[in-house]
Write a protein that binds this ligand. Structure first.
Ligand code: FE2
Ligand code: FE2
Length: 288
């Protein structure tokens, strides 16, 4: 073997090692996930379209999960709006009690694997309640569950259903969007699965809570992410018809509010070695 051949071997070995060390570095790097609270109607959609790219850049976000149950006029998710928000940077949509308000949502949740509807709907309901996504060679499971207390729909027990999902789960990270009204129910589910899931993030009330924390066995928890939608509103809707309905006990029609917007979200840093949430940062930003 002459000197030229030795140099070629060294050069190839160097480039091989460099490539693999580079790959290793990418694999060992923390992951960042952005969870966006219930996106409500046009104001919410516009907030995402205008601001998501810069939020992704500022926080070095790798993956975006958003609750999409209120995207289309406050109820459900149309194909057109799904495409608009996906193009804006959302990777996965979780849903809630308004999932099937629009008929087109039935075929949409069947066709699109990145739309996760509540897992504790009937076993005959269309779509998926839990699904695993690949992110830089890590498996991330996203599960959506509805609460039982003060909720309009009868669903299976979320504790028992999550037991079933967790028993079969082999993912690296597992996040649950628990779409529920009552904070105590959300806190109870989080404590019941502390150490068994990576995080439980509450949605549905449209009001962000200031109780984000890591539980003793490492599971991240927040009662509610809040709403990404109209700021001058009653949980997204114009105040006047609701106040009138409260005074008169008459039914009312939900009209999405316009004007200023609020962006509610949570950025989580995931430690790829411990498979736990390392840091969290709440976003509650008002836009004129
Ligand atoms: Fe909602
Ligand atoms: Fe809801």
């Amino acid at each position: 073997m002459n000197l030229k051949n030795i140099k070629t071997i060294n050069c190839n070995l160097f480039s091989y090692l460099f490539k693999n060390i580079g790959d290793l570095f990418i694999l060992m790097k923390d992951l960042k996930i952005l969870f966006i609270g219930d996106i409500f109607a046009q104001v919410g959609r516009n907030l995402v379209v205008k601001n998501l790219t810069s939020l992704i850049d500022i926080h070095n976000v790798d993956f975006v999960v958003a609750n999409g149950e209120n995207v289309t006029h406050g109820r459900s998710l149309s194909l057109w709006h799904y495409q608009t928000l996906q193009n804006a940077g959302i990777n996965v949509f979780t849903m809630g009690n308004h999932t099937f308000f629009l008929k087109e949502a039935i075929s949409l949740v069947q066709e699109k694997k990145n739309i996760i509807r509540p897992a504790n709907y009937s076993k005959l309901a269309p779509g998926r309640g839990s699904f695993v996504f690949n992110l830089k060679n890590y498996q991330i499971r996203i599960t959506n569950l509805l609460g039982q207390t003060f909720m309009p729909q009868h669903v299976e027990n979320p504790f028992l259903l999550l037991d079933e999902i967790v028993q079969k789960d082999e993912s690296d990270f597992h996040f649950v969007d628990f779409h529920a009204e009552v904070t105590a129910e959300k806190i109870a589910l989080a404590w019941a699965f502390d150490g068994k899931i990576t995080g439980l993030l509450g949605t549905h009330t449209h009001v962000p809570t200031s109780d984000a924390r890591l539980l003793p066995k490492g599971t991240f928890f927040v009662s509610d992410l809040g709403m990404t939608g109209p700021y001058d509103s009653i949980i997204g809707a114009k105040p006047e018809p609701i106040i009138h309905a409260r005074r008169t006990n008459l039914p009312f029609r939900l009209i999405p509010a316009t004007g200023r917007g609020q962006f509610c979200a949570m950025v989580l840093t995931l430690d790829v070695k411990t498979k736990k949430v390392k840091t969290y940062q709440q976003i509650y930003q008002i836009f004129a």
